[in-house]
Design a protein around this ligand. Structure first.
Ligand code: ATP
Ligand code: MG
Length: 140
C-alpha cells in the first residue's frame, strides 16, 4: 500500500478536556506520523465551508456551532494507507458503536462531540489538507 496523507482534526471536546497529547499518542502508536499540526479556532464561515458537504443534513447548524465552540488542532497524518488507517483508529462516528481501543470509544462524549475528524477518501484528504495547510508547512 502506498504512503498517503490524511487530514485529522482534534475537535473542541478534546481540546477542552486537555486530550491533545493522549490522542496524538494513539495516532502515533498506530503508525501515523504527524507531519503538520496547528491549533486554531474555526470561524463560522470556515466551519461552514469545511463541512459544505453536510449543509443539507439536519445536524449541520449544531455541528458548526460545536466546531466553533473552542479551539481545534488540525493536523496532517502520513503513513501507509493513512486515510483508512486513521478511520480505523478513530472508530465509528457514534462512540456507542465504536470498537474497543478506538479513539472515539475511549474519549468521545457523543455522536456530535466525538473528539476527532478524519478524511474519508484520498480525494477528500487532498481537499481538506489544502483547506488548512500550504505545502511548505507539511514536513514529512
Ligand atoms: P468526521 O467527518 O468528523 O470524521 P464521520 O465521517 O465519522 O466524522 P460524518 O457523517 O462525516 O461522520 O459527520 C460529520 C460529523 O458530524 C460527525 O463526526 C459528527 O461530529 C457530526 N454528526 C454526524 N452525524 C450526526 C448526528 N446524527 N447527530 C449529530 N451530529 C452528527
Ligand atoms: Mg466525515
Amino acid at each position: 500500500m502506498a504512503v498517503e496523507r490524511t487530514l485529522s482534526i482534534l475537535k473542541p471536546d478534546a481540546t477542552r478536556r486537555n486530550l491533545t497529547g493522549r490522542i496524538n499518542a494513539v495516532l502515533e502508536g498506530a503508525g501515523l506520523r504527524i507531519v503538520a499540526q496547528k491549533r486554531l479556532r474555526l470561524t463560522t464561515a470556515a466551519a461552514e465551508a469545511f463541512y459544505e458537504v453536510h449543509r443539507e443534513r439536519g445536524f449541520f447548524r449544531d455541528l458548526v456551532t460545536f466546531m466553533t465552540s473552542g479551539p481545534v488542532v488540525v493536523q496532517v497524518l502520513e503513513g501507509e494507507g493513512a486515510v483508512a488507517r486513521n478511520r480505523e483508529v478513530m472508530g465509528a462516528t457514534n462512540p456507542a458503536n465504536a470498537a474497543p481501543g478506538t479513539i472515539r470509544r475511549e474519549f468521545a462524549e457523543s455522536i456530535e462531540a466525538n473528539s476527532v475528524h478524519g478524511s474519508d477518501s484520498a480525494e477528500n484528504a487532498a481537499r481538506e489538507i489544502s483547506f488548512f495547510f500550504p505545502e511548505i508547512e507539511i514536513v514529512g
